[in-house]
Design a protein around this ligand. Sequence first.
Ligand SMILES: [Zn+2]
Length: 248
Amino acid sequence: MRIHCLVTGHVRAKAGQRGVRRYLLDDWRDEAMPVNVFLVEHPDGLCLFDAGQTALATAPGWFPRWQPFLRLSRFELEPEDEVAPQLRARGIEPRQVGRVVLSHLHTDHVGGLDAFGHAEVVVPRLEWERATGLGGRIRGYLPQYWPDGLEPTLVDFDGGSIGPFASSHDVVGDGRLLLVPTPGHTPGHAALLVRDRERSWLLVGDLVHTAAELERVAPAIAEWSRAEDVGVLAAHDPSAGALLGGTS
Ligand SMILES: [Zn+2]
């Protein structure tokens, strides 16, 4: 199964680390992180892992004023950087994507969902419950921008444990796309294990910002992925495309 890394713009953080000054100063870091989306060519059909950011997030007023921490990040992308135009640039129509699996529901992972109204959207149930309604808005989710009538398939992780993961969910039913719970960045966060004869990959979303951080943040997962020769692809890792090498 080939995996492609599509970069849906970049996100830049405030330079100040803490204190009230970071809310006030227009002081942004020099380096920006990509917002990666992964396209998996499963034999059953194309599967996206996360949907990336929307260019609407660059407009003033996108982030609610009453939530200053959302303004600690600045997104930088043009409409053509969204996932749908990027698929078209590769000769793929968005309607050819049968499934969109979401690591979690933060805005930079669901911003491109509008183009996939026809697809099955797969979300961990805990993540969905924490992200919807007023409670979700207070926690920093922006459900008001999700596509109208979004009705995802909710995952309960009733499958067996795999390596360091307590449970799993077989997305397609052939054991090749396994969603595993990876709480941390959010309690309902999940990663997608893409199992292939040649090379397996763990798409970790925002569990870590880069594959190199895994050792410190999740040592058991780092050790397992090393022992099993599983490549690690993170949603904001600038080297994700290079890790995929010739396969992307
Ligand atoms: Zn993110």
